[in-house]
Design a protein. Sequence first.
Lengths: 340, 307
Amino acid sequence: MPDQPEPLESYEEGRAIAPTGAGGASDLATAEGETLEQSPSAASGGRAPGGPLGTGTDKKPRSLWSDAWRDLRRNPIFIISSLVILFLVVISIWPQLIASGDPLDCDLSKAQEGSQPGHPFGFNGQGCDVYTRTVYGARTSVTVGVLATLGVAVLGSILGGLAGFFGGAWDGVLSRITDVFFAIPVVLGGLVLLSVVTSSTVWPVIGFMVLLGWPQLSRIARGSVITAKQNDYVQAARALGASNSRMMLRHITPNAIAPVIVVATIALGTYIALEATLSYLGVGLKPPTVSWGIDISSASQYIRNAPHMLLWPAGALAITVLAFIMLGDAVRDALDPKLR
Amino acid sequence: MGRYVIRRLLQMIPVFFGATLLIFLMVNVMGDPIAGLCGDRQCDPATAAQLEKEFGLDKPVWQQYLTYMGNVFTGDFGTAFNGQPVTELMASAFPVTIRLTIVAIFFEIVIGITLGVVTGLKRGRPVDTSVLLLTLVVLSVPTFVTGLLVQLLLGVKWGWIKPAVSPEATFSELIVPGLVLASVSLAYVTRLTRTSIAENKRADYVRTAVAKGLPRRRVISRHLLRNSLIPVVTFIGADVGALMGGAIVTERIFNIHGVGYQLYQGIVRQNTQTVVGFVTILVLVFLLANLLVDLLYAVLDPRIRYA
């Protein structure tokens, strides 16, 4: 909407961090990305002519990405959070590496018992081993988080990017559609939508997150593409007769994708938390799926007698979410030239 | 100003109808609005057909939506599963949730902005680092875990508060639930204020104010804070709607009979009229809160003029 007067623009900017109702954390993601929207172009524009400052073997001029990578390698927060995430991915693929038991193997006579040799985290209300279930729960959470983020990122950045690039009527329609989705609180939408689904697989949950999550990323992608589009090199490419697809793929995408990556990383953590919240409300995943949300939900009834049943899966959940938020934070700091 | 407000109100109309239609479709097309009326048993076909005719569910969906919206604008939100009019439920639920939201917003403003200003002014110092770490921890623990733990520690173990809130839900009872509800947004307001203050601290107008010899307190409150609060106000205003909708979890933990509780009951008992009615109002609140925020911009930033 380039022809709109000043106040409306500030309105759009303001609304870009409108809460999604997920409880604020996913709003964090949105605004963390916002500070980046100006940066990639500025960074690559300012750095690329900086000449052959490249480190070591490659003689190419340093790009935004190699610069960011140099920063990241020295950032302890990045190293710690990536190690945590790597560990989570490994145990979600091969949980038997560190847990020998079966998460569905339960013995009622041991229900609610505390820690004992061989069962460091104790037993839950059904007498299942909390340690094994916590380890196996990582798989569900990581699957939901990764797939939902991929879906949201692909759908959101394509729709938002196209709207930002072409502008016009399609942009107006898309902006109104995102407004509609923003007006529905996420937890509420999840309750309404998922309460009618009977499937017990992870797919309805992922589908719901993609459905209500894409407007957030499309808004980021749109803003970022509009900023990148105005750069001189894009005008130059247009003047040289480059096609739309070439301009989009070669010139705009590499310079507009940084905020999307940052927001998506932070959003990944919040999707994991959202899955647990929905499972707690009884509409997310359902047993026999092993998930932290389900375990926390069932443990909440016994919290007075056996808090350990709740604390271990909740701790695992918090560490996972924290790792993704910190990773996104570190990447943003590395990509943001203002903070250099 | 007047024209701007009118244009914004006009822009709200499609969003309002879009959002309510979306919820209406989710509930009525994907769910089964009749199922809840027969209790836990399956409705027999004759009763189901009779009920469908009675509620007009045999008509096309768009017609149902129009009828529903027509009723809403005349103040008829239908009846809940127990025969109570939905408007009555709203009259009892909304005051409670509004009180809860006020408490939450209060904490966001007072604690969030104070912490944000302190950390923003002392960027890189130990205070800053520890508060920043604390906000990260708060952000990463989901609200329902925070709520359960707070309830266990303060309510059950130490006995500082009553673990469940009475139906009256007075302000004093809502302090702890309000804090839990606000926790995530509070951490976010802190980070937002901090970034904003830290950025503006180096601005020319702050240097000018200091050079003029203004007292530090006045520089911070009049020059720095006013300019740094714009993004924070946006967030808090938009958060009003989100807090009211997001209170489902908090209200469930502390047994507060507010909007979230009624909505949850409506969803569990598959009562479409309760769900759609409450969501309609929530969407309206959200849109109005956003409008208010945009108008507040002009107060905070005189450069913005509404034509």
